[in-house]
Design a protein around this ligand. Structure first.
Ligand code: CTP
Length: 394
């Protein structure tokens, strides 16, 4: 199993519905999964490798003979947490039922022990053929989940049972398999994100390099899991976040005020924002002329999360730590000093992580084992932190 527990292999069979799997791939990515697409060779007649590579951001192989040195049928099988085969044709279902291994996808199915969801799509006559019925039964008896195709109009004039199901039904089924149910319904998740700015004068400020991407990932993930989500956003883009209540702030003081108001109402606080530790003692109302700009006197800002934790009444509090050295020890002392339940620490030496879509670091918690993460998406990290919060909330 992968470190992130969110590695999916999307197998694509040679059906016209292959193009609908492009949408499925996107929806899986929205849920924080990293997807490797493994098409059958003949499915490339419908959707080519370039499309899958562009959408997944990963190389695409169809045969075990590609990248032989990586032994990809074994390495990918071991890395995968879940398999989705969509669309599965009558032929692909037959080959899996027989235990054939004549392309990369069928090799992977044999070599992996990960849960497998099969989404058939074919002409109704093929679906209802006794051979297919027997093959599907065999697959189900092995513990694979085989969805029922939908009934309706097919690509040609015919209609009947054989249509590729709606993406939302596939995702629903996938959620059941992965246990990724809507476990935060009725819960209020408060997230802070972005980086605060401390004004020096009307044009200058002290800021930091936080992009807010992790907070966007957290807000989207919490929303998907059914939570009421409130984001206190400091100088970050929140355009993608329909359905999330957003309070825009600029400085640490404004963030503090907003969080003081919202914290008593929440069940989970994820303090993802990079808060300026200090601010200029004086904010000039006029732009300072450069000849006078020789030094800036600073005074400390409050440690917002440490202040909030003193008033906590059962809220689960998760913090972030950005460190350039002695990461684990530094984060563990912050975990205790700030009264947090868990903390995610990442290595930001050389400006790594800021503005990127991936992260690497470690989740430390008061309860449970630490989790080391190597190059996972910010969506995947968001779900892992929410997994933790959901477990703690019971
Ligand atoms: N934090 C906060 N208020 C501050 C500073 C930080 O609430 N004034 C929160 C951050 O949002 C984060 C956690 O505390 O969740 C750790 O932030 P970090 O910047 O790593 O720690 P600092 O306490 O600022 O310590 P230092 O800068 O000395 O490493």
């Amino acid at each position: 199993m992968s470190a992130s527990n969110r590695e999916v292999v999307l197998g694509v069979g040679a059906g016209i519905a292959a193009y609908k799997s492009c949408e499925l791939l996107r929806r899986l990515q929205d849920r924080g999964y990293t997807v490797t697409v493994v098409p059958t060779p003949s499915s490339l007649n419908f959707v080519g490798s370039a499309t899958w590579e562009a959408l997944s951001g990963r190389p695409v192989s169809t045969e075990v003979w590609d990248n032989v040195h990586e032994v990809s049928h074994i390495s990918l099988a071991q890395k995968a947490d879940f398999f989705v085969i969509a669309p599965a044709t009558a032929d692909l279902i037959a080959r899996i039922a027989m235990g054939r291994a004549d392309d990369l996808l069928t090799n992977l199915v044999l070599a992996s022990e990960a849960p497998l969801l099969i989404v058939p799509a074919m002409h109704p006559a093929m679906w209802l053929d006794p051979a297919t019925i027997a093959n599907v039964q065999t697959l189900r008896s092995r513990g694979y989940v085989v969805m029922e195709p939908e009934t309706g109009r097919l690509t040609g004039r015919d209609s009947g049972q054989g249509r590729f199901p709606e993406t939302s039904s596939i995702i629903e089924k996938f959620d059941v398999i992965t246990g990724n149910v809507r476990d935060l319904v009725g819960k209020r998740v408060l997230i802070s994100g972005g980086g605060t700015r401390e004004a020096i004068d009307p044009v200058r400020f002290i800021g930091n390099r936080s992009s807010g991407k992790q907070a966007v990932a957290l807000a989207s993930a919490a929303l998907l899991r059914g939570a009421d989500v409130h984001l206190v956003a400091a100088n970050m883009s929140t355009e993608e976040l329909g359905g999330v209540t957003v309070t825009e702030v600029e400085s640490a003081q404004e963030m503090h005020q907003a969080l003081l108001h919202e914290f008593p109402l929440c069940d989970v606080l994820v303090m993802c924002a990079a808060v300026a530790d200090a601010k200029p003692t004086q904010r000039f109302t006029e732009k300072i002329k450069k000849t006078f700009l020789t030094s800036i006197n600073l005074e400390p800002n409050p440690d917002i999360v440490a202040e909030l934790s003193k008033t906590k009444q059962g809220q689960i509090m998760i913090g972030f730590a950005a460190e350039t050295s002695h990461h684990t020890e530094a984060a563990r002392s912050k975990l205790v000093a700030k009264g947090l339940d868990a903390i995610y620490v990442n290595d930001v030496s050389d400006g790594a992580i800021f503005g990127k879509d991936t992260t690497q670091g470690m989740i430390l918690s008061r309860t449970g084992a630490d989790i080391a993460l190597k190059e996972v998406s910010k969506d995947a990290l968001a779900h892992l932190l929410l997994d933790y919060a959901a477990r703690q909330l019971g």
